[in-house]
Structure formats: structure tokens, C-alpha cells
Design a protein around this ligand. Structure first.
Ligand SMILES: [Zn+2]
Length: 369
């Protein structure tokens, strides 16, 4: 059994993966949401019996606050949790942007809090399975993969080494933004939002397609582009967890992995919380996937965008599909609409406020709960 839990993580991601025996599963975390989520994760970990607080891996996909903030509040800026261990910790720090290993005296995150993070990471197994170097793929080289206890394989589909070096000029700014305490903030994206005014008039597939075809402005954040993208393979189940990566980068690496054929997936956690800037037709058509997952409560950025959901529904090569939201919000509940579900051949599933969305997979498919 493989279980994927998309925890409530405000506007971000916090994904708890368990595999093996349900009584004493192997486990890993992919991202830890913003600070508030980190505190909740701390409670969740502390609520486990002490001998079940060990993780095979913790990954922070990239430096944005909604992915890394929780690490600070859960582990870095708090007392150690008794019994808590992780065998490896994947995160690309400043030295990794040049393809180097961090060396204590040189590694600098670029901010006071960053130093604390850096010092803390220095005491951990940091990118150990990559010999301390960056977690990334090199252009034109085979995609790196690592095998874990219990039969889990992770293949690194991104970032490329170039995307890491692109982050270097804005590293300091990104780190400071990521580590700043939560603030009221209206995103650029929010301001430029045009809104899909016609959303309630989705009377037929042509209308859905028109929404899907709304102009695509692409994400240009170097931090998002540096996301660690992982393909999980456990027995017959494949799941793609894409951080906030760019759609073009994802499509390229998916095609590299599957040699041009549509990649068969059991689930796809779409990039950047369902932003219309990170989901293009070519990416959606590069996979065959019955279950599309979106993690956000819509706060700060009003994700997911209607255009992005319309693209999934219009271009999916698999039919019918399930669209899973980790938590119900004013921005995603419109898709819980019987007329649309029938007309556009999809199901919806929403997680709970307490536990988010929990999905179980067996034999390569989602088990109906
Ligand atoms: Zn994010």
C-alpha cells in the first residue's frame, strides 16, 4: 500500500508519503508548507509513538516560504522532537547552485535566519544520497534515481543544473522573502489576475475549451524553476510530485523519462498549486493520468486558476479523471458541480480541514475509500 497525504498547508504544499506495512510504514515528507503548517506538522510527528518518528527522507523542493517555512517552525527554530530522525534531507542551498557541496564556513543563505537554517542543515544528512552535491539532473545525462527501503524509487526529473545556476543572482532576495515572517501581501499574480468571468457559463465543452485556451502567461520565477521534481515509483504505482516547476521543464523531463510516450501515472500533483502559468496543454498531454491533485487553500494567490482546471479537464488523455483538492476553498468548490461533472466527465474529491486529502494506491491505481 502507498498512501499520499496532502496536508492542509495554507497556500503551499506539505505532502506525507507512507509505504510498506500500514502498521509501521516507511515515510517521507515532501515540503512542509509555511510556518503555521510546520507547527501542525510538529504536533503530528510528536503524536506518533516515539519509535515511529523516523523518516527515510525530507525534501524541501525550493526556497519559497510556502514550502520551506514549515521546516523552520517544525525543526530548525524549535527544540528537537524526541525520537525524530531523517536519513536524508534534500534541499539545494547556495553552494549547490554552482554544483558544489556546502562547506560550513562558506555556505551562506544570505540572511540571519538563513544562517540558522544553514547551520542546522550542516548538522543533518544533507543531500547525502547525492554525496552532498546538488539534487538535480544534468542535461543530456540519464535521470538520476535513488532506491529507498521498502521498495520505493525516486527519480529526479528536475531541476536541471542550469535552473539552479539561474537562481544564483536572485538567491539573497528569494531567501529573505522565504524566511521573512508571514506578512500581508498581495501577489503580483493577484493584481494581474483577469479572472475567468465566464466561469459560471460553462454550458458545453466548447466553453470549457475557450477557458482552457485563455492566453498562457508563463511563470518566470527562478525559485519556482529550481523546484526538485520527483517521480515516485512503488510497485506498480507512479506518482509525479512537481513542486512549483515550470510546465515546459516538466514536459521535457517527462518525455525524457518516458521516451516520448505519454507517461502512465497513478497521480500527478500539479505544479504551483494549479496556477494557470504552470500548466500548459503540452504538459497535460505528456501524461496519462486518472488523478490530478492540487494543493492550496487559495490564500494569498487565489489558486487554483480556473483556466488551469479547465486545461486539465479539456486536455487529459485519460477519461474520466478525478480532480483532488487537499482542502475545500472558495476558489475550488465551484468544481463540485453535478452538471459539469457529468458534462466534462470528471469526479472531484476534497480533503478535510483537519487531515487534508488522503489517497491510497494499490496495483497502480487509486483505491476508492
Ligand atoms: Zn508554492
Amino acid at each position: 500500500m502507498l498512501t499520499l497525504q496532502l496536508l492542509p498547508a495554507r497556500e503551499g504544499d506539505a505532502i506525507w508519503v507512507r509505504w510498506g506495512s500500514p502498521d509501521a510504514p516507511y515515510q517521507m515528507l515532501i515540503d512542509m508548507g509555511p510556518e503555521e503548517t510546520g507547527k501542525e506538522l510538529r504536533e503530528r510527528i510528536s503524536a506518533l509513538p516515539e519509535d515511529q518518528r523516523s523518516f527515510e527522507l525530507i525534501v524541501v523542493t525550493h526556497i519559497d516560504r510556502d514550502h520551506i517555512g514549515g521546516l523552520l517552525s517544525c525543526l530548525v527554530d524549535a527544540e528537537p522532537i524526541p525520537g525524530f530522525t531523517t536519513k536524508d534531507f534534500w534541499f539545494n542551498g547556495f553552494a549547490h547552485l554552482d554544483g558544489l557541496k556546502p562547506q560550513d564556513e562558506f555556505e551562506s543563505m544570505g540572511a540571519i535566519q538563513g544562517e540558522r537554517l544553514s547551520n542546522w542543515l550542516g548538522t543533518q544528512n544533507w543531500n547525502k544520497l547525492f554525496a552532498g552535491g546538488p539534487v538535480c539532473r544534468e542535461n543530456k545525462l540519464p535521470l538520476p534515481y535513488r532506491d529507498f527501503e521498502g521498495g520505493m524509487r525516486l527519480t529526479v526529473l528536475g531541476p536541471t543544473a542550469r535552473r539552479l545556476s539561474d537562481l544564483k543572482p536572485v538567491w539573497r532576495k528569494e531567501v529573505e522573502a522565504a524566511l521573512r515572517k508571514a506578512q500581508k501581501n498581495i501577489s503580483d499574480e493577484g493584481l494581474e489576475r483577469m479572472g475567468a468571468n465566464s466561469i459560471h457559463a460553462l454550458n458545453d465543452k466548447e466553453a470549457l475549451l475557450r477557458l482552457a485556451e485563455q492566453q498562457l502567461t508563463r511563470d518566470n520565477s527562478p525559485a519556482n524553476a529550481s523546484s526538485i521534481v520527483l517521480l515516485l515509483e512503488y510497485k506498480d504505482t507512479r506518482i509525479l510530485l512537481s513542486g512549483d516547476a515550470f510546465s515546459t521543464d516538466l514536459k521535457e523531463s517527462v518525455q525524457l523519462f518516458s521516451q516520448g510516450q505519454p507517461l502512465e501515472l497513478a497521480a500527478f500533483k500539479v505544479p504551483h498549486h494549479g496556477s494557470r502559468r504552470n500548466l500548459c496543454k503540452a504538459l497535460i498531454e505528456s501524461v496519462r493520468c486518472p488523478c490530478w491533485l492540487i494543493s492550496t487553500d487559495g490564500s494569498r494567490f487565489q489558486h487554483p486558476d480556473d483556466e488551469a482546471v479547465a486545461r486539465i479537464l479539456s486536455y487529459s488523455k485519460y477519461c474520466p479523471i478525478t480532480v483532488g483538492f487537499n482542502i475545500r476553498s472558495e476558489y475550488n468548490e465551484k468544481w463540485s458541480n453535478d452538471d459539469w461533472r457529468e458534462r466534462f466527465s470528471y469526479r472531484t474529491t476534497y480533503g478535510s480541514i483537519e487531515d487534508g486529502l488522503i489517497l491510497k494506491f494499490q496495483g497502480g491505481a487509486l483505491v476508492d475509500s
